[in-house]
Write a protein that binds this ligand. Structure first.
Ligand SMILES: Nc1ncnc2c1ncn2[C@@H]1O[C@H](COP(=O)(O)OP(=O)(O)OP(=O)(O)O)[C@@H](O)[C@H]1O
Length: 334
């Protein structure tokens, strides 16, 4: 649904002699499949907002292509671009609602731009407010709403023109924990019911963990990693994976437990018999020292710290690690 190829954005900051160039995006290449909820993580200044503004061409990239639904946005003239932008809805951190308009009239803005008549607009607005759970607040003004309700209006407005893609720029960053969870539930529901592809920009890992199937990490304008959440979490070398499944409390010293290792696997139920196999085939005793199982990207991912003893492990753990790795368990020595 979204394909970004070699995206580069260079800003000029300052003027005259002190002018300097800032590379906000550097050769970013990314594909987001239809129906996916995709998270873009990164610290402040990593280039997240620039990426989202380049995705709908609010900002023109210095180089590279942005293809949405098969249409190369970077190749379009202004009129064609306005048409295509309707396929992309935007949700903002600070909502950007018109304070002098009611909830219903805020949601109707994109429909007015589309030229729909009053009856069509009224029908569609009622549908949208129902979808976001605000049917009873149609005549309220934004100033009379809570933050979570304002964001529901923002989401209804973003969906009004039936977009294929929703771009969410820190949509929950101004909300408390409970409200964040409710808004994420709503976005998940919108994704499941309408099939809208959602790209979420956030600096909060819990947001990604709660809702995304895949994610990417931006650092200094470069995309340093991306993939499916469960695969990232199962990869001990992945920075995103480490953040998804951080180390637990300090591990107790496994006195007499043998060589210490960390085992990571997707779907622990399928992997568990392997520990029995280790005992039978390599005569290795496995002592469980720590770890746990979490639901990440809709899949169960386990990470356990273990002691491995016997089977020659005291001197050479390589055969055990290689046995585990060939059976789909990522095993590293601690
Ligand atoms: N309009 C602009 N003019 C000049 N430089 C800019 C402009 N917009 C962004 N930048 C610079 O580009 C870099 C990336 O900024 P961007 O706002 O995309 O980061 P971000 O990851 O969204 O950060 P935050 O989470 O703080 O919003 C920063 O160094 C920033 O100073």
């Amino acid at each position: 649904m979204i394909s970004v190829e070699g995206l580069r954005k260079v800003y000029r900051q300052g003027g005259g002699r002190t002018a300097r160039e800032v590379v906000a995006l550097d050769d970013v290449t990314l594909t987001v499949p239809k129906g996916e909820i995709f998270g873009i993580l990164g610290r402040s200044g990593a280039g997240k907002s620039t990426l989202i503004r380049c995705l709908n061409l609010l900002e023109r990239p210095t180089a590279g292509r942005v293809v949405v639904g098969g249409q190369d946005l970077t190749a379009l003239d202004a009129t064609a671009l306005r048409q295509q932008r309707r396929r992309i809805g935007m949700v903002f951190q600070h909502f950007h609602l018109l304070q002098s308009r009611t909830v219903a009239d805020n949601v109707a803005v994109p429909l007015e731009i589309l030229g729909q008549d009053r009856a069509q607009r009224r029908r569609r607005v009622a549908e949208l407010l129902d979808l976001v759970g605000l049917a009873d607040r149609a005549d309220a003004y934004p100033g009379q709403l809570s933050g979570g309700q304002k964001q529901r209006v923002g989401i209804a407005r973003a969906l009004a023109a039936e977009p294929d893609v929703l771009l969410s720029d820190e949509a929950t960053s101004a909300l408390d924990g409970e409200t964040t969870a409710a808004i994420l539930d709503l976005l998940r529901d919108v994704n499941a019911r309408l099939g809208v592809t959602i790209l979420m920009i956030t600096h909060e890992m819990p947001v990604v963990k709660a809702i995304c199937g895949s994610a990417a990490l931006l650092e200094g304008g470069r995309l340093v990693e991306h993939g499916r959440l469960a695969d990232l979490a199962a990869d001990p070398a992945s920075a995103l994976g480490r953040a998804l499944l951080p180390a637990r409390a300090p591990m107790p010293q496994g006195a007499g437990a043998g060589v210490l290792a960390e085992l990571t696997f997707v779907d622990p139920l399928a992997a568990t018999p392997l520990l029995g196999l280790l005992a039978r085939e390599l005569s290795v005793a496995v002592t469980l020292l720590g770890g746990g199982v979490e639901l990440i990207g809709g899949r169960r991912v386990g990470r356990f710290q273990v002691g491995l003893k016997g089977g020659g492990s005291a001197t050479d753990p390589a055969p055990i690690l290689s046995f585990l790795n060939t059976h789909g368990v990522r095993a590293v020595l601690l």
